[in-house]
Design a protein around this ligand. Structure first.
Ligand SMILES: C[S@@+](CC[C@H](N)C(=O)[O-])C[C@H]1O[C@@H](n2cnc3c(N)ncnc32)[C@H](O)[C@@H]1O
Ligand code: SF4
Length: 409
C-alpha cells in the first residue's frame, strides 16, 4: 500500500449527493462523465467503478477524481483523505470490500432557508428560486445552472431499497444538504436507524433551527458531531449567510453545547470575504473553546481569493501576523517557565502548548495560501458583477460592510 495516495474512502464509504448521484466521499469529483452513477445503479458502482479506483490509490496513482484532496495537500492543508485515513486507521480489510459501507453520507436534496453568498442553487432551494426568478439577469453576467428533473429522488422506491440494505451496516452517518434540520426526510432517517446507540452521526448545519424534537432525536445516538458553518461574526454573518440572524444562531449553538453526547465544531469556507472575516470568527471560536476547520472555496472562482487586491491581502496578512505573535508569545512564555509543577498543572500546560501550536500552524497555512494566490483581474470584475446583482435583488450593500474591498477603477 502506498501511503502517499492511499485513501480508505472507496473501501468504506458512500455519499448520496443532493441530486441522487454517488461518490465515495463528499470531496470526490468525477472527471469522466460517461456513466451517470446514481442511486439506481448503486450495486454496479460499488463493484465496477470503485474497484479500479481502489487499485490506483493502493498503488501510488493519484486518482483524478481525488483532485480536491491532492490540491489541499499541496497547499499544506490537511485533506479529507488524511482525516479519513487517521479516523479509520484500524480498518485493514483492503482485499475484500465490505458488503455495505460503514461510512454513509446522505444529502437529501437542496431544501434550505438561506442564500449564502458562496453557495449554489444545487444546495439551496432559496438560491434556486432566486436564480429562476431572475434567470435573465444571472445569464447576462454569465451565471447559469442546469437542473436535474428528479429532485425528490430520496422518496423513490429504488432508493428506499438501497437504504434498507445499507443502513443496518452503518457505523457512521453523515448528513448535510440543503439544511438537514429543516428536512422532514432527514428527521425520518434519524427515526429509521434501528440502533442509534451504535451510530456516530455527523451533521453539517446552518444552525438557524434547533428544536426540542431535534434535541430529542439526537440524544439517542452514540455520539453526535455537529459541524456548524459560519462565515463571519454579527452583521457579517447576516450578509454572507443571507437569511440568517447571528443572535438566533448563537442561541441555538448554546442550546446544543448543553448536550452530553455532542461535540461541536465550526466550518468556515475560505473565500474573498474571509480576508476580512476569518480572523474575527477564529477569535470568536477560540474564546468559546470551539474548534474551527477551514475549507477552501471550491467554486465559483470569482468568489475566491483570486480576485482580491494587494490591499485586501495585505490587511489580512497584517492581522494574521499580529494574531500569530499573540499565540507565539504565550507559547514562548509557557516554554520559558521550566520550574517544577505538580502533575495536573503539567497536563494543563501540555494541553495549552498543543492548542497554541495547532493555532499557530493553522494561521501559518492560511497566510502561506493567501501569499501564494496570484491576482486575477477577471475574477475581480466578475466578483463585482455578481455581488452587485445579489445586492440589487436583496437590497443589501457589500461595500457598506467591507471597507477594504474596493470596486476596480
Ligand atoms: C452546502 S452546505 C449544507 C449544510 C448546511 N446548510 C450548512 O450550511 O452547513 C455544506 C457545507 O458546504 C459549504 N459550502 C457552501 N458553498 C461552498 C463552496 N462554494 N465551496 C466550498 N464549500 C462550500 C458550506 O459552508 C457548508 O459548510
Ligand atoms: S445554509 Fe448551507 S445549503 Fe443553505 S445556502 Fe447556506 S451553505 Fe448553502
Amino acid at each position: 500500500m502506498n501511503s502517499k495516495t492511499f485513501c480508505v474512502a472507496p473501501f468504506i464509504g458512500v455519499e448520496f449527493r443532493k441530486n441522487g448521484r454517488l461518490g465515495p466521499c463528499c470531496r470526490y469529483a468525477y472527471i469522466k462523465k460517461d456513466v451517470d452513477w446514481n442511486f439506481r445503479n448503486y450495486d454496479q458502482w460499488w463493484e465496477e467503478y470503485l474497484t479500479p479506483m481502489r487499485e490506483e490509490l493502493l498503488n501510488g496513482i493519484e486518482h483524478t477524481g481525488c483532485q480536491n484532496c491532492w490540491r489541499d495537500e499541496q497547499l499544506g492543508i490537511k485533506s479529507y483523505r488524511e482525516s479519513l485515513n487517521e479516523e479509520f486507521v484500524t480498518y485493514t480489510n483492503l482485499t475484500a470490500p465490505l458488503p455495505a459501507p460503514i461510512h454513509q453520507m446522505y444529502n437529501y436534496g437542496n431544501f434550505c432557508n438561506l442564500k449564502c453568498i458562496m453557495c449554489s442553487p444545487f444546495a439551496s432551494s432559496q438560491l434556486e428560486t432566486e436564480f429562476k426568478q431572475n434567470k435573465s439577469k444571472f445569464n447576462a453576467i454569465n451565471v447559469d445552472y442546469q437542473f436535474t428533473t428528479e429532485i425528490k429522488w430520496f422518496r423513490t422506491d429504488e432508493f428506499n431499497k438501497s437504504k434498507q440494505k445499507l443502513l443496518p451496516g452503518a457505523e457512521q452517518i453523515l448528513i448535510q444538504g440543503g439544511e438537514p434540520f429543516l428536512s422532514p426526510d432527514v428527521l425520518d432517517l434519524f427515526r429509521e436507524i434501528q440502533h442509534p446507540e451504535n451510530v456516530i452521526l455527523t451533521i453539517i448545519s446552518n444552525m438557524t433551527t434547533f428544536t426540542d424534537e431535534i434535541v430529542d432525536l439526537l440524544s439517542k445516538f452514540k455520539h453526535v458531531r455537529l459541524v456548524v458553518s459560519l462565515e463571519g461574526v454579527g452583521k457579517y454573518n447576516n450578509y454572507l449567510r443571507y437569511g440568517s440572524e447571528w443572535d438566533v444562531i448563537v442561541s441555538n449553538i448554546d442550546k446544543s453545547l448543553a448536550m452530553p453526547n455532542l461535540d461541536f465544531s465550526i466550518a468556515h469556507t475560505f473565500q474573498r470575504t474571509s480576508l476580512t472575516c476569518w480572523i474575527p470568527i477564529f477569535k470568536w471560536a477560540l474564546d468559546r473553546n470551539i474548534p474551527l476547520r477551514t475549507n477552501i472555496l471550491d467554486h465559483p472562482m470569482h468568489l475566491s481569493v483570486n480576485g482580491a487586491t494587494a490591499e485586501e491581502k495585505n490587511a489580512f496578512l497584517h492581522d494574521a501576523v499580529e494574531l500569530y505573535n499573540v499565540f507565539n508569545n504565550e507559547y514562548d512564555t509557557i516554554m520559558s517557565d521550566t520550574g517544577y509543577k505538580p502533575k495536573p498543572e503539567m497536563a494543563i500546560r501540555f494541553q495549552r502548548l498543543t492548542l497554541l501550536s495547532n493555532l499557530k500552524s493553522h494561521i501559518e497555512r492560511f497566510k502561506t495560501y493567501v501569499e501564494s494566490v496570484v491576482y486575477n483581474h477577471d475574477d475581480n470584475l466578475q466578483f463585482w458583477r455578481y455581488v452587485d446583482l445579489l445586492d440589487e435583488l436583496r437590497d443589501t450593500k457589500l461595500s457598506s460592510l467591507f471597507n477594504t474591498i474596493h470596486r476596480p477603477v
